[in-house]
Ligand binder design. Structure first.
Ligand SMILES: *[C@@H]1O[C@H](CO)[C@@H](O)[C@H](O)[C@H]1NC(C)=O
Ligand SMILES: *[C@@H]1O[C@H](CO)[C@@H](O)[C@H](O)[C@H]1NC(C)=O
Ligand SMILES: *[C@@H]1O[C@H](CO)[C@@H](O)[C@H](O)[C@H]1NC(C)=O
Ligand SMILES: *[C@@H]1O[C@H](CO)[C@@H](O)[C@H](O)[C@H]1NC(C)=O
Ligand SMILES: *[C@@H]1O[C@H](CO)[C@@H](O)[C@H](O)[C@H]1NC(C)=O
Ligand SMILES: *[C@@H]1O[C@H](CO)[C@@H](O)[C@H](O)[C@H]1NC(C)=O
Ligand SMILES: CC(=O)N[C@H]1CO[C@H](CO)[C@@H](O)[C@@H]1O
Ligand SMILES: [Zn+2]
Length: 504
């Protein structure tokens, strides 16, 4: 499956909501029984043990060191490449080495798109090199390249104005939109090429989707539509987008030459990597912790999503080593091919569909592993009350927040979090999109202490939910039947805009 843009994903999310959707304003007066409160509080010493062993004991620095070994060995891990498969083999061996259980890969057919050469050059009004970075699934230029005049638009609305759309034919359209948030502005990346193609444009240059730039280009998935010509879709820097705008506003003619090759090869078989600690009393019930192992081909995917994948399996490694086996099964999933469109998650949905009813809570960290602050979750009122109590146990690492998200959480797991309660790592990730999908996504973004805290939080929360005598409630507070489609759409869009759901 190739390319999921914001709109299609929203539609899928809506399709996925078969039972319940929440409209939960967490009540101040949670009425959990004193037995339950006492039980949750009784995990305090366990959480202390976990935190001590990860922050000061034998696991100190372990998440960072294992991740550094991994990204230094494999670098980027693009969907469809042999390198990604080699990195999966390595992870399966490593998780076995740490004594995790039922370690195995599960096959997933994934897209194989490859970048080639990328040359951008401005020839009018002056000569200069322009950094270009093809977006995932983009076609290349014809062999003779493309040389065309540039038309800059500030928004889709501007492109759709009669005189702009009339002027777009035969031009290279530059999108110089104002960055609002990743969730909102990513539409220019995912839809920019096809919407310019509707008016006969020959290529689209999209300002990189990031709040900050040091002449950085950021890639990411884009998608074509069936009824328009597939034109090259390339990211440019914010600096160049602004420069093109200034030229155009002065009435200066801009001409750009592009020479880009990309290749779409046949799909390949990849794997979701799975490891467990089998539950002692209800092994069929599952608490899932996850991150994705694949990355874009620029940078080394240390932040996106090496950090999230590594706190997930390492949390299980810590628990196993401490002899902490919960009543329900803890399952770590390292998703494959998240970047081209949550491909690994959709495959898991198919192969584990019968079992999804027995997934009591799903977790994914894919928005950074900076200083953790708590958990951002989707659940009903009672679930929210339970999480708030659990998070109180994380005072020692100052990560006690339980923040409710009405439209879902995570990236891969977002296809389920309107039907299965779920949580994502709340962390001080204000700079996440500075590095995201760029050459700057390296180990330097990460910090060993933050990773230790993230692992400790992840292990504590997953363990308690998997071990509590009460199964985590699926009591979403309001049913879909109560929500109109547009209300639901609005909620999902709010989550997307607030970066609570990360669309690829
Ligand atoms: C595009 O780049 C390729 C590879 O460097 C080169 O062979 C080809 O001549 C270039 N095409 C143009 C039009 O510059
Ligand atoms: C379209 O018209 C507006 C004024 O109505 C003008 O500011 C703008 O430059 C025009 N755009 C193009 C591409 O001609
Ligand atoms: C192509 O299809 C899209 C909807 O998928 C529509 O909005 C657009 O106008 C169509 N373009 C053409 C050129 O027919
Ligand atoms: C998961 O799989 C089921 C059964 O095949 C399907 O009905 C459902 O739409 C899938 N969910 C998603 C999000 O694709
Ligand atoms: C789900 O859990 C129920 C009750 O524990 C069990 O009977 C059932 O077999 C489980 N289903 C799957 C597919 O594991
Ligand atoms: C604890 O975390 C909050 C944000 O969640 C932050 O504002 C505060 O400064 C932190 N306190 C300490 C002592 O680090
Ligand atoms: C069905 C249900 O759980 N309804 C609850 C939704 O949340 C409000 C307040 O948050 C409660 O008062 C309802 O009982
Ligand atoms: Zn990611």
């Amino acid at each position: 499956m190739f390319g999921i843009d914001v709109l299609s994903l929203l539609l899928l999310l809506i399709a996925a909501v078969t039972s319940d959707v929440t409209d939960n304003e967490l009540d101040d007066s949670c009425d959990l029984s004193s037995d339950l409160l006492t039980e949750i509080e009784s995990y305090g010493p366990t959480v202390e043990t976990i935190i001590n062993s990860v922050l000061n004991g034998k696991f100190k620095g372990g998440t960072y060191n294992e991740l550094a070994d991994f990204v230094d060995k494999f670098g980027a891990r693009l969907s469809g490449t042999q390198n990604l498969e080699d990195s999966i083999d390595y992870m399966l061996a490593l998780m076995n080495e740490y004594d995790l259980e039922n370690v195995h890969g599960e096959d997933v057919e994934v897209p194989h798109w490859l970048r080639g050469i990328e040359v951008g050059e401005m020839v009018e009004p002056r000569t200069a090199e322009i950094e270009v970075l093809a977006l995932g699934s983009s076609v290349g230029t014809p062999q003779e390249g493309i040389e065309a005049e540039v038309l800059v638009v500030r928004s889709f609305d501007e492109l759709d104005e009669a005189n702009f759309s009339a002027a777009a034919s035969g031009k290279i359209v530059v999108y110089n939109y104002e960055f609002v948030s990743y969730g909102v502005s990513v539409a220019y990346r995912s839809q920019g090429a096809r919407r310019a193609a509707r008016y006969g444009a020959v290529a689209a240059l999209v300002k990189s989707v990031a709040p900050f730039s040091m002449y950085t280009t950021h890639t990411g998935q884009q998608a074509y539509e069936d009824n328009t010509t597939q034109i090259p879709a390339l990211a440019i820097t914010a600096e160049d987008a602004a420069m093109f705008q200034r030229y155009q506003d002065r009435g200066e003619k801009i001409v750009v030459k592009l020479n880009v090759t990309t290749q779409i090869l046949p799909d390949e078989t990849s794997r979701n990597s799975i490891a467990e600690i089998v539950g002692s009393e209800q092994p069929e019930k599952i608490v899932l912790v996850s991150g994705h192992l694949d990355s874009w081909d620029v940078g080394v995917g240390a932040m996106d999503d090496g950090g999230g994948a590594f706190i997930s399996w390492y949390a299980l490694a810590v628990l196993k080593s401490l002899g902490l086996r919960p009543k329900r099964t803890l399952r770590a999933v390292l998703w494959t091919a998240e970047e081209p469109g949550l491909v690994g998650a959709y495959a898991y949905n198919t192969t584990h569909y019968d079992e999804l009813d027995n997934h009591t809570f799903v977790m994914e960290s894919d928005e950074g592993t900076f200083t953790p602050q708590g958990l951002i979750y989707t659940a009903g009122t009672r679930g929210g009350c339970i999480l708030a109590e659990i998070m109180k146990l994380l005072t020692a690492i100052n990560a006690t927040q339980a923040v409710y998200s009405s439209g879902g959480v995570g990236s891969d797991i977002s296809i389920w979090t309107n039907v299965i309660p779920g949580g994502s790592l709340l962390n001080a990730n204000e700079r996440y999109f500075w590095f995201h999908h760029s050459e700057a996504d390296t180990m330097d973004v990460l910090n060993p202490d933050d990773l230790d805290k993230s692992t400790a939080l992840w292990a504590s929360v997953a363990y308690i939910i998997a071990d509590l005598s009460e199964e985590f409630p699926r009591d979403f507070n309001r049913t879909t039947a109560d929500l109109t489609k547009s209300e639901l759409m609005k909620k999902v869009m709010e989550s997307v805009a607030a970066n609570k759901i990360k669309l690829l």
